[in-house]
Design a protein around this ligand. Structure first.
Ligand code: KIV
Ligand code: ZN
Length: 388
């Protein structure tokens, strides 16, 4: 089994399903560019068939992104799949991600289909998609609450039809780590052609266990793709958080033994950008990207860290994109410090003239206010910012 863990980011699709988090096309392109800088393997750009607007977003991102695979979600029907393929036409690397629910509850109450009908529709849809594109992901929605033998038949059928990634979501965040990990393991053991696909986990955070469940899916279950979002943005309590999964795998490489392609120094900029665009504030004590994640307040901790950083730091702030010593901006600060803070905030002004103008406004404000906070900078650059 490979030791490479694929990072599939769905901030722009599942993240956007968070009530109040909708993004414009330009905002989505800015985030997609930052995700590419972060070196995520797959960017789920949207759900092309859901609206003309979403179609255009997926298309624009497929045109703009060169290094990451660009993916569109689609239900398991020909129209959705064709729209996804059309939107991804110009992608350097494109992926169609098709899904259908497989749990008894969803099949009976939501789809009103028998298990055999669901199996056939999954099979036909993947066959149809495979004729349009080489890279096909199949998701069994509410997979974790599905009956194991039936789910195994569905997975076997879609792998036979050419699905290259099989994703088993914990759609409602019901799993606990050991059970979820063992579920993925048992499922893979029941699928005779399981080695022909990469197995993927997609966990929601309703019980606060999305990251732990995803990691158990990797260690116990053998999954090699994790689906996640920046800041854990997503429907209800959110999705598995990208920054936490990535830093867990990096920091505890001794335990996980896995590699990720992520450029971790881009994490904070990505977090700030998503927070700024959606208006979803990151809680200060959030792991990795919270304002206090690398702050030391108590005297004993400060003393320890000053003597040896490892005493109270298991990872370096600089490794995820924070500056080592937080510079408090004020009237004595220079243009470089100002420019660096803009970068940390994920804000990129288009020209040197715009930076100079913003810096002049910053100086004016600093004359009236002893300390300038990040919120002040965001407000003073306002609409001129075109976050990178
Ligand atoms: O949570 C879920 O089941 C999903 C699928 C559509 C992949 O987001
Ligand atoms: Zn989801």
């Amino acid at each position: 089994m490979t030791d490479q863990l694929i990072i599939f980011d769905t901030t722009l699709r599942d993240g956007e399903q968070s009530p109040g988090a909708s993004m414009t096309r330009d905002e989505k392109i800015r985030i997609a560019r930052q995700l590419e800088r972060l070196r995520v393997d797959v960017i789920e750009a949207g759900f092309a068939a859901s609206s003309n607007g979403d179609f255009e977003c997926v298309q624009a991102i497929a045109n703009a992104i060169k290094d990451s695979t660009v993916c569109s979600l689609s239900r398991a029907n020909d129209r959705d799949i064709s729209r996804a393929a059309e939107a991804l036409k110009n992608a350097n690397r494109g992926r169609i991600h098709t899904f259908i629910a497989t749990s008894p509850l969803h099949m009976e109450k939501k789809l009103r289909m028998s298990p055999e009908e669901v199996l056939e529709q999954a099979r036909r849809s993947v066959r149809f998609a495979r004729n349009l594109m080489a890279d096909i992901e199949f998701s069994a929605e509410d997979g974790y609450r599905s009956e194991l033998d039936f789910l195994a038949r569905v997975c076997e059928a879609v792998i036979d039809e050419g699905a290259t990634t099989i994703n088993i979501p914990d759609t409602v965040g019901y799993a606990v780590p050991e059970l979820y990990g063992n579920f993925i393991k048992s499922l893979r053991e029941k699928v005779p052609n399981s080695d022909k696909a990469i197995w993927s986990v997609h966990c929601h955070n309703d019980l606060g266990m999305a990251v732990a469940n995803s990691l158990a899916g990797v260690t116990l279950g053998g999954a090699r793709q994790v689906e996640c979002t920046i800041n854990g943005l997503g429907e209800r309590a959110g999705n598995c958080s990208l920054e936490e999964v990535v830093m867990a795998v990096k920091t505890r490489r001794d335990y996980f033994g896995l590699n990720v392609n992520i450029d971790t120094q881009q994490i904070v900029a990505a977090s700030k950008m998503v927070s700024q665009i959606t208006g979803f504030v990151v809680q200060p004590n959030k792991a990795v990207v919270g304002a206090n994640a690398f702050a030391h307040a108590s005297g004993i901790h400060q003393d320890g860290v000053l003597k040896a950083r490892d005493t109270y730091e298991i990872m370096r702030a600089e490794d995820v994109g924070w500056s080592a010593n937080k510079i408090v901006l004020g009237k004595l600060s220079g243009r470089n410090a100002f420019k660096q803070r803009l970068q940390e905030l994920g804000i990129e002004l288009e020209s040197e003239a715009e930076i100079n103008a913003a810096f002049a406004r910053f100086k004016e404000l600093a004359d009236r206010k002893s300390e300038i906070f990040d919120e002040d900078i965001i407000a003073l650059v306002g609409d001129e910012s075109v976050t990178a």
